[in-house]
Ligand binder design. Structure first.
Ligand code: FES
Length: 154
């Protein structure tokens, strides 16, 4: 493997939370919800990614199931290259399928995103079909990417 590739992977692997895989010595925050902070809402044109991050953090931390309340890190990222379907939101975890959702409404969809988080946390490999996902996310699943080999990025 080329040194440049190793260096590039090393720069994207650790997040502040995943560096040691632990938070407060309790449950690992093994799942990530990634929200685009550059997407502009249709039709208002406002960027709602940051507010959606705050809303998701609030709802997740108040969840009655510890695996949901403590098992997710919510992070913003500037663009996930699906700008034609704002607002985009991704779910990712090691050894689990990854998902990219588009056309997310920051006002209407947080509840369904948290319901999907509960489902996602419960699935060993993260794989689910459209019938299992919250109805409000129907037609918004842009990608379902199988987990990578053990020890690799998801
Ligand atoms: S601006 Fe949000 S995906 Fe590109």
């Amino acid at each position: 493997m080329e040194v440049g590739l190793v260096d590039r992977r090393a720069s994207i692997l650790p997040s502040p939370i995943e560096k040691d895989g632990k938070l407060d010595g309790a449950i690992d925050r093994i799942h990530r919800i990634i929200v685009c902070t550059l997407c502009r809402d249709v039709p208002t044109g406002t960027r709602s990614g940051e507010s959606l991050c705050a809303e998701l953090r609030s709802r997740l931390s108040a969840h009655h199931e510890p695996a949901v309340a403590q098992g997710f890190a919510v992070e913003g990222v500037a663009c996930m290259a699906d700008c034609s379907r704002p607002l985009t939101v991704a779910f990712q975890a090691q050894r689990k399928a990854a998902y990219l959702f588009g056309s997310i409404d920051a006002q209407a969809d947080p509840g369904d995103l948290v319901r999907f988080a509960k489902l996602y946390a419960s699935l060993a490999d993260g794989w689910c079909n459209s019938g299992q996902r919250p109805a409000g996310l129907a037609g918004k699943t842009l990608a379902r990417i199988p987990a990578g080999p053990a020890g690799s990025l998801p």
